[in-house]
Design a protein around this ligand. Structure first.
Ligand SMILES: Nc1ncnc2c1ncn2[C@@H]1O[C@H](COP(=O)(O)OP(=O)(O)OP(=O)(O)O)[C@@H](O)[C@H]1O
Ligand SMILES: [Mg+2]
Length: 268
């Protein structure tokens, strides 16, 4: 049975339903699919209704106490449930959880609290996910985590998805976002078809990737280093994105794990 972990970017808005239709298609056809979602734009919108400005650093939301509360409510509540409703409409049994459930995501403060209540993944426990997948559920996960003292943290969804993809030995890890893939630099028109782990790291270091692309590149590297067999950054608003991944057609940017130079998802 193949396993697919899809990070559904907050920037892929509600009216783009192709990706969820494809997720449901594969889930109905014997692929284990886990969805991890962001929801940045909606969190920012709710914070601004509360008169609260939003700042980002290293592509991540600086998270004070109010922002943390809003992140929890918006991601676990509105965004997660909306994705579940949509998937159910396409005929799969989806349910939403967050990284706090069943101790799925253990967090520590990101760089010693540099960004407030932003966490980084310390450890993931995928036992609940494995049971749900075996029972043909589609888990939809909000990117929150808890530390050893019970403090909750906001974690960039790209990192949570990457850690789960690694732990589940995903055949494909897909970061679906609002650009065609990784461009050679932030303002370039040219999307890179492939990237090695080393190239991905150097793009972060030398500033060719900025903002939300920083955690993505770090995440794809982590995913392939921790057990995912392939990783992609692609436009989640496009029709047939997952079909292309599953059939080995060129799509978005594919990250090549060091030492492996072959195409597509292996069909076991
Ligand atoms: N080299 C680059 N190539 C492509 N996009 C880049 C690059 N550098 C920066 N970016 C930016 O990264 C953005 C994608 O990250 P962003 O965090 O905004 O989306 P997301 O992760 O899909 O959404 P969310 O964070 O809400 O889940 C692109 O819209 C683009 O502006
Ligand atoms: Mg992002």
């Amino acid at each position: 049975m193949q396993t697919l972990v899809v990070k559904y970017g907050g920037s892929v808005s509600e009216e783009h339903t192709f990706l969820l239709e494809e997720i449901a298609y594969y889930a109905r056809n014997d692929v284990h699919v886990v969805v991890v979602h962001g929801g940045g734009p909606e969190v920012t919108q709710w914070l601004s209704r509360l008169g609260h400005a939003t700042e980002f650093a290293k592509g991540q939301r600086i998270t004070d106490e109010l922002a943390l509360q809003v992140v929890e409510m918006v991601l676990s509540g509105r965004v997660g449930k909306r994705i579940v409703r949509q998937l159910q409409k396409y005929g799969v049994r989806a349910l939403s959880l967050c990284g706090e459930d069943a101790g799925m995501v253990r967090a520590v403060p990101y760089e010693n609290g540099l960004l407030g209540y932003v966490g980084q993944v310390e450890m993931v426990d995928v036992r609940l996910l494995c049971s749900l997948l075996a029972d043909r559920y589609v888990p939809v996960i909000a990117p929150l985590g808890v530390d050893a003292n019970g403090q909750v943290y906001n974690i960039n969804a790209d990192f949570v998805a990457a850690s789960l993809a690694g732990a589940l030995r995903a055949d494909a890890f897909v970061l679906a976002t609002d650009v065609a893939g990784v461009r050679e630099h932030a303002n370039s028109q040219h999307t890179l078809e492939q990237l090695t782990e080393e190239e991905a790291i150097s793009m972060v270091e030398d500033g060719r990737a900025i903002g939300g692309m920083i955690p993505k590149l770090q995440a794809v590297v982590h995913a392939v280093q921790s057990g995912a067999k392939a990783a992609y950054v692609l436009d989640g608003r496009m029709a047939d994105a997952l079909h292309s991944v599953m059939e080995g057609r060129s799509i978005g940017t594919r990250i090549i794990p060091t030492g492996i130079m072959k195409g597509g998802v292996e069909h076991a």
